[in-house]
Design a protein. Structure first.
Lengths: 256, 314
């Protein structure tokens, strides 16, 4: 663990010193704002209609109409953006040669990996916090189910941390940032749609593939259900990729 | 201080180092000399724990580079080839990172940074972004980060490459000064640099150490023949024929100019009086006559070219 804080602070500094973070944050928040606005606007439109239609009014609720699509849209935007944030973490160090500095300082590899992972997660935490005004707005307008909201955010944080761990792994494989981003993005996309193939491959394999999907495990969070199996899944996923990243880094010593 | 035994490193099927062994004593300044691709950087990377050898052992201050990697790294200040730095950080911010990474106590970080910035004369660029600085400054920042936490061993990979002549002189002076109390290993393919700075030279070629000694000893040991440089006006073929007849002359060949010649003889046999007499006897015009010292450069070339055929036979 030696070196965690040093690397963590350096990575955060570099993320904030470069324009990448600000561009990503601006676009992310604009998109999320748009999605939030449109689902709230649609919800209020339907609510007006429900005034004359008692059957419809029973069907309407904030969780299904606003919160779920809101969280779903955030998760898709993150799927697109996290690879762009993580692509430089190791690839750039290798390309510019600074890896030689970093790994000849008395810092453990584990500290370096966790430091970089921590910095990525902190950045995402910040992005997610940036979307919280939307929830405050809901509090002013109506009486939102806070348990669902907290669950949704917790799930988002876990899921995006899983994205970061995979992105970090992809970045450790190559010294080319584009390759790192494409690899991470492709893998994330595959892990998203892999759950859809249930009807094609039969129930046994299908449910297994569905279990692998990063998004299946998010559904419960978005509904406000906190299932320890989902939490465990994300933790194991993160651990797996952090561990693999560590092994990849260690391989540089004997591969040459 | 540094012991290397039987170090071998393969990159895939290609050997970069073959059974390299050497030792460096405390306080010594040792130069690694060799053409590009000879294995200098590989050796230094193994010593700094960036890579592992395929086989063999490298020990720094009695600690194995593989087993006690972190302890070894804490004792070494390393300037990698081409000086990689975080170009988007300011000098001070980068040195802060390096100092903390090297384990300088939080309360001393500022003091330590000021100290190395003063040694390397980079205080004036403390708040500039490294990417905007010239190569000379970057090189000095690289040396400054190596000096942080006052490591007893400095490993500098081509410390003066890509600098202008004044900067080279400055950096050399700096290294010389640092070398008074530290163990320094530096690599270079510039010979005068190594002979100026180092007490001992390791010549490495094709992944093997082919000579190791002080610069002065290398010169005398390897200087097999004496060369005399002669510039004389007259009929070329006749001059060469007459000189060849002189006793002790091993070879005569034309040198760079029109009427210039290089005459080789055995060591310890000075041909100059004999040559002068011959020239005067034939009433040619003598312009210049001098003993040519074999430079370190020639020795290096001789070693590198001599060894090559032998290696292919292996």
């Amino acid at each position: 663990m030696k070196g965690f804080w040093v690397v963590y602070r350096k990575e955060l500094y570099r993320l904030f010193a470069s324009p990448i973070f600000y561009v990503v944050a601006f676009i992310f928040l604009s998109l999320v704002g748009y999605f939030f606005y449109s689902s709230v606007a649609y919800y209020s439109l339907l609510s007006f209609q429900a005034g004359t239609n008692p059957f419809l009014s029973q069907q309407l609720n904030l969780t299904d109409m606003v919160l779920e699509p809101f969280f779903a849209s955030i998760s898709i935007i993150l799927l697109l953006m996290v690879p762009l944030i993580t692509m430089r973490l190791f690839a750039e160090e290798k390309k510019t040669g600074t890896a030689e500095l970093l790994f000849t300082y008395p810092i453990s590899d584990r500290g370096a990996v966790l430091g970089k992972f921590g910095a990525g997660v902190s950045l995402l935490l910040l992005l997610l916090l940036g979307t919280s005004p939307a929830m405050l707005l809901l509090e002013i307008l109506t009486d939102p189910p806070w348990a669902t909201i907290v669950g949704g955010y917790l799930g988002l944080l876990l899921m995006s941390s899983a994205f970061v761990s995979l992105g970090l792994f992809a970045s450790s494989l190559t010294e080319n940032q584009i390759i790192a981003a494409v690899t991470a993005f492709g893998a994330l996309l595959l892990l998203w749609i892999i759950g859809w193939s249930e009807s094609l491959v039969g129930p046994v394999l299908g449910s297994f593939l569905k279990y692998l999907s990063l998004f299946t495990h998010y559904d419960n969070f978005a509904k406000g259900i906190l299932d320890s199996r989902d939490v465990l899944f994300y933790f194991l996923f993160i651990l797996l990729f952090l561990f693999t990243t560590l092994r990849i880094l260690e391989s540089r010593r004997w591969r040459g | 201080m540094i012991e290397v035994e039987n170090l071998t490193k393969f990159y895939g099927p290609v050997p970069a180092l073959r059974h390299v062994s050497f030792t460096v004593d405390q306080g010594e300044t040792v130069g690694f000399l060799g053409p590009n691709g000879a294995g200098k950087t590989t050796t230094l990377r193994i010593l700094t724990c960036f890579m592992s050898p395929t086989s063999g052992v490298a020990r720094v201050a009695g600690l194995d580079c593989q087993q006690n990697s972190l302890e070894v790294r804490a004792k070494i200040g390393y300037l990698p080839e081409n000086v990689p730095l975080y170009l988007d950080m300011t000098t001070r911010r980068f040195l802060e990172f390096a100092a903390t990474a090297k384990g300088v106590v939080r309360s001393h970080v500022r003091e330590e940074i000021d100290r190395v910035m003063e040694i390397c004369a980079i205080t004036s660029v403390a708040s500039r972004i490294i990417g905007h600085l010239s190569k000379g400054y970057r090189q000095r920042i690289g040396i400054a980060q190596a000096l942080l936490n006052d490591p007893p061993i400095l490993i500098l990979d081509e410390p003066t490459i890509g600098l202008d002549p004044t900067q080279i002189v400055e950096i050399r002076a700096l290294i010389k000064e640092l070398g008074t109390e530290r163990t320094i290993i530096l690599s270079s393919h510039i010979l005068p640099e190594v002979s100026q700075l180092c007490q001992r030279i390791l010549i490495i070629n094709n992944g093997q150490i082919i000579a190791t000694d002080t610069p002065a000893n290398l010169t005398t040991q390897l200087q097999r023949n004496l060369q005399v440089y002669l510039e004389v006006d007259g009929p070329r073929s006749e001059i060469m024929a007459r000189i060849r007849e002189l006793p002790g002359v091993l070879a005569v060949k034309p040198a760079n100019g029109d009427s210039t010649y290089l005459i080789e003889s055995k060591r310890g046999q000075d041909l100059r009086p004999e040559l002068a007499r011959t020239v005067v006897e034939h009433s040619w015009q003598l312009r210049e006559l001098k003993l040519q010292d074999l430079s370190l450069e020639d020795i290096f070339m001789q070693l590198v070219t001599d060894e090559e055929p032998g290696e292919e036979q292996e």
